[in-house]
Ligand binder design. Structure first.
Ligand code: 13P
Length: 260
């Protein structure tokens, strides 16, 4: 099965409401020529979701994602936002288990697993983020870490919801550092992830699951990364904040479809 190239922007803690709206509009317009060949989306800050949703709702080009969510529908959870509210505001997907959530906010594999389950049950697409730290890579534990994060979060997902899971492999040492994993380093981990999906689910699921790479992706390195057989697109941080660079990455992803 052919997987559609996918490029998502994670805007992290950036942009006022006005900036978010302008950026969303520029991307929606600029991505239109690639819409049939590339799935494009972006995740603004929570406070901008409602306004940006007015634009994504009218667009056939881009989908709206949230950066995080909480796995309880409602209740005494001050400061949290449930997946059902995220859906209610107009998001179709959500990032779960981003390394900044795991490392800065102490999210455990167990909590990430609960979030995956709750978000999927709500009807959202989940972008499950995983990846090793520099220490873990240097100690030769890359696959052990990625496999643990993958297994604990994903393999209890029932068959009917499996096509709603997208994986984003984001080595922590490559995020925001300007140090991209080489295309071969990324491909090696992506291929292992796909193999593990095949072992735990089915060959068919393994072939249809979109696996994104994230970590210092930019307009210059995107094409080479996307030329790898198991890299289906990117989750982009810094370079998604400027329409020009994000649109170049989208173009590279759309064009990669013809070569695979
Ligand atoms: P950078 O592209 O800024 O390295 O961020 C990657 C990332 O964390 C996307 O979720």
């Amino acid at each position: 099965m052919k997987r559609k190239p996918t490029v998502f922007g994670n805007w992290k803690l950036h942009n006022t409401l006005k900036d978010s709206e302008e950026l969303a509009r520029a991307i929606i317009d600029g991505a239109a020529p690639y819409a049939d060949r590339c799935h494009v989306g972006f995740a603004p800050v929570f406070t901008a979701l409602c306004t940006v949703a007015e634009h994504t709702r009218k667009s056939t080009t881009c989908t709206l994602l949230a950066q995080n969510g909480y796995p309880k529908p409602n209740g005494a959870f001050t400061g949290e936002v449930s997946f059902s509210l995220i859906k209610d505001v107009g998001c179709t997907g959500v990032l779960v288990g981003h390394s900044e959530r795991r490392h800065l906010f102490g999210e455990s594999d167990e909590l990430v697993g609960e979030k995956v389950e709750s978000a999927l049950q709500t009807g959202l697409t989940v972008v499950l983020c995983l990846g090793e730290t520099l220490d873990e890579r240097e100690a030769g534990h890359t696959w052990e870490v990625v496999d643990r994060q993958l297994t604990s979060a994903m393999f209890h997902v029932p068959p009917a919801l499996r096509d709603k899971v997208i994986i984003a492999y984001e080595p922590v040492w490559a995020i925001g550092t300007g140090k991209t994993a080489t295309p071969l380093q990324a491909q090696e981990v992506h291929a292992l992830i796909r193999k593990r999906i095949e072992e735990n689910w089915l060959a068919e699921s393994a072939q249809s699951t979109v696996i994104l790479y994230g970590g210092s992706v930019n307009a210059k390195n995107a094409q080479e990364l996307f030329s790898q057989p198991d890299i289906d697109g990117a989750l982009v941080g810094g370079a998604s904040l400027k329409p020009e660079s994000f649109l170049e990455i989208i173009k590279a992803a759309a064009e990669s479809a013809a070569t695979k």
